[in-house]
Design a protein around this ligand. Structure first.
Ligand SMILES: [Zn+2]
Ligand SMILES: [Zn+2]
Length: 361
């Protein structure tokens, strides 16, 4: 028996997204068939449509932040990636890009997000795990986790891939203490706000825009927010020095995705401070560094790309433990039916949404 499902495909940059009906086969051995209920729109989607992110071959399917309900299990599939039993009707959170778990990058470097064999986005026309489709076929290597009953799907998807990304950054950072400054109030900045706050920071200061995002940051645990548009670099630095008795930040998280954030962040670091760069993953950037200050203040600069697979499980656990109390679901400000995915991506790109998601038509 095959099922028909609406799917979104991307012909190539400059061509509107196509809304198709495809026949989806029964899941094969090791595969899991899932009915999408909510797929997050990531900030990278607009770059994909613009052609800034290369695809090996067009047309392709994409959408990489997804929650759905298990429709059918292929032969041999009895558990999620953590060994938790799964059954038809259970909800899953999955990461559609499948890293191989066998190459040097995956196994030795522990950088699965940069897996040499990863095929992403996936070719259109074959069963695949992409998010922007009614029925997704998850392969045996798929990172998938059961969502406990009582944990809302919204709270799991609220930050999209930004939560596991921020978890990867905090993993590389190490213990949290003192004053944490977060540059950026996009999804990675907001996810970092949660992690810094529950991780034990004394102060969490978020620099960003616009005001509705700063308001969300305060609900998520920011003790102070500084609007970029209405302040100068010197004023922001002066405020942070004031809040730290002139000592500077213990930790700065760059989640702004703008090269100009880097020299500003460096200038906020105090003694023994750590600076994690997580938002500058594309384009070209060159910035001056004062190595004498780095030396004499015993500072560290840490880069962070991606996360280990278990951070997708920890994202579900975090939503279960803190999602309701902190109102994660409120981050979802816009919902678009699958057939209007392109409009959703444009809305997110204009910064109108805190988080936009795609739902079935
Ligand atoms: Zn993403
Ligand atoms: Zn690999």
């Amino acid at each position: 028996m095959s099922r028909s499902a609406h799917t979104i495909s991307f012909e190539r940059p400059g061509v509107p997204l196509a809304y198709n009906i495809e026949d989806i086969p029964e899941p094969g051995p090791g595969e899991t068939l899932v009915r999408m209920t909510m797929a997050g729109i990531c900030g990278t989607e607009a770059h994909r449509l613009a052609g800034d992110l290369a695809a090996a071959d067009y047309p392709v399917c994409f959408g990489h932040e997804v929650v759905g309900v298990i429709e059918a299990l292929g032969e041999g599939v009895t558990t999620d990636f953590a060994g938790t039993p799964i059954a038809v009707g259970d909800r899953l959170y999955w990461c559609p890009p499948e890293w191989c778990g066998e190459c040097w990058t995956c196994t030795v470097a522990g950088q699965g997000a940069a897996c040499e064999r990863m095929l992403w986005p996936v070719p259109f026309g074959s069963p695949n795990a992409a998010g922007f489709r009614e029925l997704a076929t998850l392969g045996p290597l798929s990172t998938k986790y059961r969502i406990p009953d009582g944990t809302s799907s919204e709270s799991v998807i609220a930050f999209g891939c930004a939560m596991p990304t921020a978890m990867g950054a905090f993993r590389r950072l190490g213990p949290v203490s003192g004053t944490v400054v977060i540059q950026g109030s996009g999804p990675v900045g907001l996810a970092s706000t949660v992690l810094a706050s529950i991780g034990g920071a004394d102060q969490v200061i978020v620099i960003g825009d616009p005001e509705n995002r700063l308001e969300v940051a305060r609900k998520l645990g920011a003790t102070e927010t500084i609007a970029i548009a209405s302040t100068t670099l010197d004023e922001r630095r002066a405020r942070i020095m004031e809040l730290t008795n002139g000592h500077g930040a213990d930790i700065v998280i760059e989640a702004a995705g703008r090269a100009a954030a880097f020299p500003e962040g460096l200038g906020l670091l105090g003694y023994n401070a750590r600076y994690v760069i997580v938002g500058l993953y594309s384009g070209d950037a060159v910035a001056p560094i004062d190595p004498v200050r780095l030396n004499n203040y015993s500072q560290r600069i840490i880069g962070s790309l991606g996360m280990p697979r278990e951070d997708f499980l920890h994202t579900v656990e975090l939503a279960t433990a803190h999602g309701e109390r902190l109102g994660f679901a409120d981050l979802i400000t816009h919902r678009f039916p699958l057939s209007r995915t392109e409009e959703g991506i444009a809305t997110a790109a204009r910064g109108e949404s805190v988080k936009a998601v795609v739902i079935p038509d």
